[in-house]
Design a protein around this ligand. Structure first.
Ligand SMILES: [Zn+2]
Ligand SMILES: [Zn+2]
Length: 174
């Protein structure tokens, strides 16, 4: 999975199982049994549920009311709510969910969906659209999120299409 790290932050590696496909108990048992440690990654610490399988058929996960939005001011995850304005529990800023939702939906149609049609013919173009989409999701939405997983999987498909991963790595991290 592609993660944006800030300078000097700790880089973690995956021990194979991912919250995308495996639930919390499966992930924990796997690292305990095979590697003899209790996994304390963010997905385990916060007990993220698996995202694919039964969950991905659930289109309501993509509804604005079921997305955990980030506070514009302090980036803390806002409480889930059907309301249009939600106050941040950490800094008390009032966040306009409608505006966030419009920005994300615009990026889904302008970046994500266009990219999906370009992956097989123009993977490099698709990749740059997907990266713009991922940056926007990072800014607006707390993880885990099915929207984020959708984008990650499309990015992985771009890599698969080209088999020229090192070139993309160079572009990404330059
Ligand atoms: Zn873990
Ligand atoms: Zn805040």
């Amino acid at each position: 999975m592609l993660i944006f790290y800030s300078f000097l932050s700790q880089v973690c590696i995956s021990y194979c199982l991912s919250y995308i496909w495996d639930d919390y108990n499966t992930r924990q048992q796997f690292t305990k049994r095979l590697y003899k440690f209790t996994c304390n990654c963010i997905a385990c610490k916060e007990k993220w549920p698996k995202m694919r399988g039964d969950a991905s058929a659930d289109t309501s996960l993509r509804d604005a009311a079921n997305i955990q939005w980030k506070c514009t001011k302090c980036a803390t995850a806002l409480p889930k709510s059907p309301a249009k304005k939600v106050a941040c529990l950490s800094c008390s800023k009032s966040n306009d969910i409608d505006i966030k939702s419009k920005r994300v939906n615009a990026s889904i149609s302008e970046n994500f969906q266009v990219a999906c049609t370009l992956i097989s013919s123009q993977p490099q173009k698709a990749l740059s659209l997907l990266l713009s989409h991922q940056y926007l999701l990072e800014e607006f939405i707390a993880k885990p999120s099915i929207l984020y997983v959708d984008c990650q999987e499309a990015i992985r498909n771009c890599y698969r299409m080209t088999g020229r991963r090192h070139e993309y790595d160079r572009d990404l991290w330059a």
